[in-house]
Ligand binder design. Structure first.
Ligand code: PMP
Length: 452
C-alpha cells in the first residue's frame, strides 16, 4: 500500500535507472534528511548509507561547512561563467588546487557530472588529433563492464548491456576490450599475471587490427565501480600501458569513483600504477553536495587545444555551469576538509577493518567472490560456489539481498551479475563499519534462507 507521497511520486516522476514497470507497484523509499553516515526516511527510520548515495557523499550528510561555503558564495556571486575570457576566484582556486593534487596535470576544465567529463574527454581528444594533423586517429577503446556515464558518447564508453540495448549505442569508433576480472574471465589455471598479460596481448591485437594510426585513447577506471567493483590484477596496468605507449595511444583515467581518497590515495591511479594523460573527476570532488565534474589535462593536450583554437578561433565547448562559482566554492571547501582533517589518513587507518570484514564474507554460502580495494567492495552472489554458477537473473537474488538490507537499516546496491556493492562515506567510524557488515551479513543470511 503506497503512501500519499509515494503515489504522487509514481504518478509524476520518471526515475533514472529504475524498472519503470515494477516501480509502479513498489513505489520509492522516500528519504528526508541525513546526518553523518545515516539517512532518514519520512517515518524517521535511519539507514546506514553503505553506498554514499551513488559512490559520492564522501563527507557524509550534514557537513555544515559545505553548506556554509555554498551559502557564502551564493550571497557573494551566485552565478558567473568562464566563457569568452571571464573568470572568478572559486574556479581559479579550485583549478590550482587540483593541479597541486594531480601531478602531471596542467589544467582543469569544469563541468557538472562524470558523464559530461568523459564526453568532454572524447571531444578534446578529437579536437587535439585534428590539431596535430592526424584526423584519422579518433577511435577510443574502453572495456566491457566499464562505467563512464550515460550521455550519448559516455554511454558508448560504458560497457554494460543495459546502457546500449535499444539506445542504439555504442557510437561507431568506440570499441570495448576485455574486462580484467580474474574470477569471471580467467582461463582454467591461468594466474592473475598470465591473465593480465593475455589481456594486454588482446589489446595489442585489437589496436593492430584497427590500425594504430586510428586509435586515439584508452579509457579506464582504476577499480571498476558500477560494473561490479572489479580490481584488476596487480600487473594489469603496467602491461596495458606498454601497449598504449607502443602505439601512441593516450590513457584517460576515469577517477569519478576512485578520486579523492576512496582507495586511501588522492587518485586511484596512484594505487594501480596508472600514468594517465588526462583524468575525469566528479562525485567526491564536492562530496556530492553540488554537481561538479572536471577534466584534468596534461601539457600536450593543453598545447594542442590552444594551437587549434589559434587557428579556428573559439574553442567551442562548455556549458552554462562549467565552473559554476557555488559548486566550485563547495568543491574547494571539500578538498580543504580532506586535507585539514587528514581524511585520507583516516581512510587508510580504517581500510584493514573494512577489507577484513569484506573478505570474511567469502565464507558465506551465497558469496562466490568478496572483492574490493580501499573503502569500496562487493560480493558476487552465486548459485554454486564450486562451479561459480550464477543464479537465474530473473530470480533477482542481489536485489532481494539489497531489500533485506534495507529492512535492516542498511543501504547497499545491486548491480549486474547479482553483485552487491558497498562504498561507505569516507568518514565512517570503526563502530559504524562493524554495524554495516553485521547488517549486510544478516541480509545475506535471509537471502540464503530463500533458496529453493
Ligand atoms: N564514471 C564513473 C567511474 C562513474 O562511476 C560514474 C557514475 N557512477 C560516471 C562516470 C558518470 O557520472 P555521472 O553519473 O555524474 O554522470
Amino acid at each position: 500500500m503506497l503512501s500519499n507521497l509515494q503515489t504522487r511520486d509514481v504518478e509524476t516522476l520518471l526515475h533514472p535507472y529504475t524498472n519503470l514497470a515494477t516501480f509502479r507497484d513498489t513505489g520509492p523509499l522516500i528519504l528526508e534528511r541525513g546526518e553523518g553516515v545515516f539517512v532518514y526516511d519520512t517515518d524517521g527510520k535511519p539507514y546506514l548509507e553503505g553506498m554514499s548515495g551513488l559512490w559520492c557523499t564522501s563527507l557524509g550528510f550534514n557537513n555544515r561547512e559545505l553548506v556554509e561555503a555554498a551559502a557564502e558564495q551564493m550571497g557573494k556571486l551566485p552565478f558567473s561563467h568562464l566563457f569568452g575570457g571571464k573568470s572568478h576566484d572559486p574556479a581559479i582556486e579550485l583549478a590550482e588546487k587540483l593541479k597541486e593534487l594531480a601531478p602531471g596535470m596542467a589544467k582543469a576544465f569544469f563541468c557538472s557530472s562524470g558523464s559530461e567529463a568523459n564526453d568532454t574527454q572524447i571531444k578534446m581528444i578529437w579536437y587535439m588529433n585534428n590539431a596535430l594533423g592526424q584526423p584519422q586517429k579518433k577511435k577510443i577503446i574502453s572495456r566491457q563492464k566499464a562505467y563512464h556515464g550515460v550521455t550519448v558518447a559516455s554511454a558508448s564508453l560504458t560497457g554494460l548491456p543495459a546502457n546500449h540495448l535499444d539506445f542504439d549505442l555504442p557510437l561507431p569508433g568506440i570499441l570495448h576490450t576485455s574486462c580484467p576480472h580474474h574470477y569471471r574471465f580467467a582461463r582454467e589455471h591461468e594466474s592473475e599475471e598470465e591473465f593480465a598479460t593475455r589481456l594486454a596481448e588482446e589489446l595489442d591485437a585489437l589496436i593492430q587490427a584497427e590500425g594504430p594510426d586510428t586509435v586515439a585513447a584508452f579509457i579506464a577506471e582504476p577499480v571498476m565501480g558500477a560494473g561490479g567493483v572489479i580490481v584488476p590484477p596487480a600487473t594489469y596496468f603496467a602491461r596495458i600501458q606498454e601497449v598504449l605507449e607502443r602505439y601512441d595511444v593516450r590513457l584517460i583515467a576515469d577517477e569519478v569513483i576512485c578520486g579523492f581518497g576512496r582507495l586511501g590515495t588522492w587518485f586511484g591511479s596512484e594505487m594501480l600504477g596508472m600514468r594517465p594523460h588526462s583524468i575525469s573527476v566528479a562525485k567526491a570532488l564536492s562530496s556530492a553536495y553540488l554537481p561538479i565534474g572536471a577534466v584534468l589535462v596534461d601539457d600536450a593536450m593543453d598545447d594542442a587545444l590552444t594551437e587549434q583554437s589559434r587557428k579556428l578561433g573559439t574553442f567551442g565547448h562548455g556549458t552554462t555551469y562549467s565552473g559554476h562559482p557555488v559548486t566550485a566554492a563547495v568543491a574547494l571547501k571539500t578538498l580543504e576538509i580532506y586535507q585539514r582533517d587528514g581524511i585520507l589518513e583516516k581512510v587508510r587507518a580504517i581500510i584493514p577493518t573494512f577489507q577484513k570484514r569484506l573478505r570474511a564474507l567469502s565464507e558465506h554460502p551465497l558469496v562466490g567472490e568478496a572483492r574490493g580495494m580501499g573503502l569500496v567492495g562487493a560480493v558476487e552472489l552465486v548459485a554454486d560456489k564450486a562451479s561459480k554458477r550464477s543464479f537465474d537473473p530473473k530470480r533477482m537474488t542481489a536485489a532481494k539481498a539489497v531489500s533485506f538490507a534495507q529492512e535492516q537499516g542498511l543501504i547497499v546496491r545491486a548491480v549486474a551479475n547479482d553483485t552487491v556493492t558497498i562504498c561507505p562515506p569516507l568518514i565512517i567510524s570503526d563502530e559504524e563499519l562493524e554495524m554495516l557488515f553485521d547488517r549486510l551479513e544478516k541480509a545475506l543470511d535471509r537471502t540464503a534462507a530463500l533458496r529453493d
